[in-house]
Design a protein around this ligand. Structure first.
Ligand SMILES: *Cc1c(COP(=O)(O)O)cnc(C)c1O
Length: 417
């Protein structure tokens, strides 16, 4: 990867792009300013070119022309249909277990309560101190509502010490007891991209009589998941990151079929009722995962999610993962070559097998550097207190983007020193 002068060359990045089997997917996205180096697809994925037309059809034809008839003509089943396509393409899920609805925060609330209901007599939730804030807030509140507690894993000051090492089964096993009802963890850590031991943790929890809620927000669409295969219980994730569903796109819930009959939705709404338009006196939950619906879903937003899921399905998660590993490995190589001597340290696992699709670098000037990069048309994101997150979305990020983005960061650091 180095030129004759010893510096990683742009020509090499161009060769990697030329050999990239997923390169053509970038053409399926609307990219009005090709000079912008977008390294934040893990916070808000790019706009698929087909989304505008698809949304215009839903608005113009289905809403404008068909009006209320569109609920019967397809909208009612969209949360489950898009869920099935999402589950098959991204989650390793057989049909009937995935529903697209609400957001991750609300869905996590629903699943934690549902898990506690399935484990009567137990009131402890195990979660990680370094977990994404909304997950921690919900875990703490659900524990309070249930008269239980959260048993927190990880270092006392997670801000200072990013979770670089993946959460392991033995770490979780150490927190399990006969009072633990549910473990809530991210598959891919939002700061470091460390991948938790999904199969081992699931097994350890089950051995102790507990359930697991997996937050797949940074994993869905970036690493292949096998929820059926690992015998997972529940999972949740968002669709505006690697799924390219758009800002505020609805999230999803996956629930293993074996839990369907007994699981309860703590926000029982009419859309999750067994007979929506019966307007019955009593709440009777719908069969299956539909009962996790609460109120009326957005047909417009669901159409946008469907487009993003379709692109990932077409690419295939094995190919997406292969490119992701190549992109993050290339970013780590460039950081080693250009940034390490300026005090930027890697805050993501060095082993690509333990790393999702972003790379986080720590530097004392991370906030100012992120701002300076953004001013130059290079868009990563800043994570308190000292992290620069470089998100590499396999369908849209080029190797030349990685090269140019990290070269810009190197130039800023050169100027500082
Ligand atoms: C992005 C993300 C969320 C987002 O939650 P919303 O309620 O959908 O805004 C939650 N958890 C994790 C781990 C995330 O990465």
């Amino acid at each position: 990867m180095t030129s004759s002068t010893g510096a990683p060359s742009r020509l090499h990045a161009e060769q990697l792009d030329a050999a990239d089997p997923l390169a053509s997917f970038r053409l399926r996205f609307t990219i009005p300013d090709p000079t912008v180096v977008y390294l934040d697809g893990n916070s808000l994925g790019r706009l698929p070119a087909a989304t505008s037309g698809r949304v215009a059809d839903v608005v113009g034809d289905e809403w404008g022309e068909r009006l209320i008839r569109s609920w019967d003509e397809g909208w009612m089943d969209l949360p489950l249909e898009v869920g099935d396509r999402l589950g098959a393409a991204l989650l390793g899920a057989s049909p009937g277990q995935t529903v697209v609805c609400d957001n991750v925060t609300v869905n996590t609330f629903k699943l934690l309560h549902a898990a506690l209901d399935l484990r009567p007599g137990r009131s402890t939730i195990v979660a990680h101190r370094g977990e994404f804030p909304t997950d921690r807030y919900v875990a703490a509140e659900v524990a309070r509502q249930r008269g239980g507690a959260v048993d927190w894993l990880g270092p006392l000051d997670p801000g200072a010490a990013a979770q670089v090492d993946p959460v392991t089964a033995s770490q979780v096993a150490g927190a399990l007891s006969d009072d633990v009802a549910v473990v809530l963890l991210s598959v891919v850590d939002y700061r470091s991209a460390a991948i938790a031991e999904v199969a081992g943790i699931t097994r350890a929890a089950h051995d102790a009589g507990a359930l697991v809620v997996w937050d797949c927000s940074h994993a869905a669409g970036s690493i292949p998941l096998d929820l059926d295969g690992v015998g997972a219980d529940f999972a949740v994730g968002c669709s505006y990151k690697y799924l390219n569903g758009g800002p505020g796109a609805p999230a999803w819930i996956w629930a293993a079929g074996r839990h369907h009959d007994a699981m309860r939705n703590p926000v029982p709404g009419w859309m999750g009722h067994d007979d929506v338009f019966a307007m019955g006196a009593e709440y009777v939950p719908a069969a299956g995962v539909r009962r996790f619906l609460t109120g009326t879903p957005s047909a417009i937003a669901l159409a946008a999610v469907d487009v993003g899921v379709g692109l990932l399905a077409e690419a295939g998660m094995e190919a997406v993962r292969a490119k992701s590993v190549a992109l993050t490995s290339y970013a780590v190589d460039l950081a080693d070559a250009w940034l390490a001597r300026h005090g930027a340290s890697l805050a993501s696992p060095r082993d690509p097998a333990q790393r999702g699709s972003h790379v986080t670098l720590r530097h004392s000037e991370a906030r100012a550097l992120t701002q300076a990069l953004t001013d130059r048309g290079v868009i990563p994101d800043f994570r308190n207190p000292d992290g620069i997150r470089i998100g590499l979305a396999p369908l849209t990020t080029r190797f030349t983007d990685v090269h140019d983005g990290i070269a810009s960061l190197a130039a800023l650091l050169d100027a500082l020193s």
